[in-house]
Design a protein. Sequence first.
Length: 252
Amino acid sequence: MHTHAIYFSPTYGTEKIVCSVAKTFGEYTTMDLCKPNETYQATFDTDDLCIVGVPAYGGRVPKTAMERLENFKGNQTRVILVVSYGNRAFEDTLKELGDLLQANGFICVGAIAAIAEHNIAHQFAKGRPDQQDQVDVQSFAKQLKEKIESTNGRNAVELPGNFPYKIYKGSTNKPTTDSRCISCGICARLCPVGAIPIEKPYATNHNVCIQCMRCIDACPEKARALDAVMLEQLYKHLEPLCTSRKENELFI
């Protein structure tokens, strides 16, 4: 059995969780879905195991991740789904991801909804996944391994969520650059959708930007940020929804 860790993880939280699950199964290969100039196309065999992870954006799979996963084909290939979210709710994300992969020849044998630090409002789920989260994920991974190695190892799991999926509203609050920018180009090279021109890294194409926060996270000069007034409004909206600690969930 070959294990493949596949993830769309702009700020690396989802990647950590996916790889934590993957290592339970021994050696594994990785596929990073955040490379803008990559041709994403792969076919997997019956004996392969894929662990596919995405963050929840407004209760949905990021559109870019969906587009890149569309060309991944399985042959009754087992897949474990991982969705990370910033302590609010993952809503239809698992179902949407599972529906796509099952239509492409995969069998969803298990799923994990895991908490990671909110990629915009960092005060929510700050520092997560933490030590307890790591214990949870390792426990979940061992249970999934036991299932896969058992006689019911190809039984599909029922995923939470609704169809039609929740409407993703997005946000007009996109990153801008201030005078601290030194045009190093790190953000342009790392942007998953190529929204930052390499020759003008102080600019951002807001029509292309998916508000993944990778450029803000990567900027060594802290020159990139969202609008402070709009951020404060978001904080007030999220506070009653995100303050209390939510726990990781296993679907098996």
